[in-house]
Design a protein around this ligand. Structure first.
Ligand code: DOR
Ligand code: ZN
Length: 349
């Protein structure tokens, strides 16, 4: 039995940091374990231009704990008015790592997102020609499509046609939640990868709805049936280089979650690595944890692997994580994995 592991420092390929008090409250939880993270641009207003992105990056750097080596990898929020030259220049400068496509209306602060792929095709063509990756929230938004089918229908009606039109475009299908998505990614010939969250490896839709409604397990894409969770576990623990961690840690104040119409998002940053060690341990795949958290994503994005290390130790007494953190006047509930966590996580100096 493995009781101690040292892995390369991980990266989070999908993270929400927000702004202001919330940014200051949540950033240390990610920076404690992760070397880099892809920062989501769905602020209000969204982070669209290179100028917006430079200013947001400065605010993140200013909020970092002293001495932290954490690097935010910035993304641009794609709108139907995005300027391809502005994004390409930001990419060339190293300011922008990727562009994020939200179908309009798909999730939190996505109203300025994309209604028609045809309208953003000129930008996507430029991105394909310079190797700039596109991160996609892969759900259709048509009200007639059942919410549990939105990812599958997106693959069939949007993603696959887009990839056929523009095979050179490097695409990350973010936070996949279905066996259909895993099958699609596994069958793809190139330029396609997928991120998987920690919570989608641990919960299915019963956790949200059986025996009472649990808003803290509600996120988008919403967790699906158990068979889908198992397919995600298989993909994540397989070592397949096309799958990597994107936590989608998405803090909301408790008062905004515990509402008649509550926000989507699960705050997993504090205990994510401990949860993942638990998951990979359960599936006898601890030897694949490093590939999923610290290697596959960097390779797909064409970035160097981290030099730092993280030590994971199995401990008898369950690890203790705060149930909630404070952000300004608000509290934010931390993901409850529903099991005791016995993997203690600490960076190696
Ligand atoms: O659950 C989610 N929360 N999914 C998203 O796509 C957005 C995120 C947020 O920003 O809160
Ligand atoms: Zn997200």
């Amino acid at each position: 039995m493995t009781d101690e592991m040292i892995i390369r420092q991980p990266d989070d390929w999908h993270l929400h940091l927000r702004d202001g008090d919330m940014l200051a409250a949540v950033l240390p939880d990610t920076a404690r374990h992760f070397a880099r993270a892809i920062i989501m641009p769905n602020l209000v207003p969204p982070v669209v231009t290179a100028l917006d992105i430079a200013a947001y990056r400065d605010r993140i750097m200013a909020a970092l704990p002293r001495g932290s080596g954490f690097t935010p990898l910035m993304t641009a929020y794609l709108t139907e008015d995005s300027d391809a030259d502005d994004l390409a220049a930001g990419f060339a400068d190293g300011l922008i790592t990727a562009v994020k496509l939200y179908p309009a209306g798909a999730t939190t602060n996505s109203a300025s997102g994309v209604r028609s792929i045809a309208r953003v095709m000129p930008v996507l063509e430029v991105m394909a020609s310079i190797g700039m990756p596109l991160c996609i929230h892969g759900e259709v938004t048509s009200p007639e499509v059942d919410i549990f089918d939105r990812e599958k229908v997106f693959i069939e009606t949007v993603l696959d046609p887009l990839r056929r039109d523009l095979p050179e475009l490097k695409v990350i299908m973010e936070h996949i939640t279905t066996a259909d998505a895993a099958a699609y990614v596994s069958a793809a010939s190139g330029n396609l990868a997928a991120s998987i969250t920690t919570h989608h490896l641990m919960i299915n839709r019963n956790h949200i709805l059986a025996g009472g409604i649990r808003p803290h397990f509600y996120c988008l894409p919403v967790a699906k049936r158990e068979e889908h969770r198992l397919a995600l576990r298989k993909a994540a623990t397989s070592g397949d280089s096309r799958y990597f961690l994107g936590t989608d840690s998405a803090p909301h104040p408790d008062h905004a979650k515990l509402q008649a119409c509550g926000c989507a998002g699960i705050y997993t940053a504090p205990n994510t690595m401990s949860c993942l060690a638990h998951v990979f341990d359960e599936d006898n795949a601890l030897d694949q944890l490093e590939a999923f958290t610290s290697v596959n994503g960097a390779n797909f994005y064409g970035l160097p692997l981290n030099k730092g290390q993280l030590k994971l130790t199995r401990i008898q007494t369950p690890c203790r994580y705060l149930e909630a953190i404070t952000a300004g006047q608000e509290t934010v509930t931390v993901f409850d994995p529903g099991v005791d966590l016995h993997w203690h996580v600490e960076p190696l100096e």
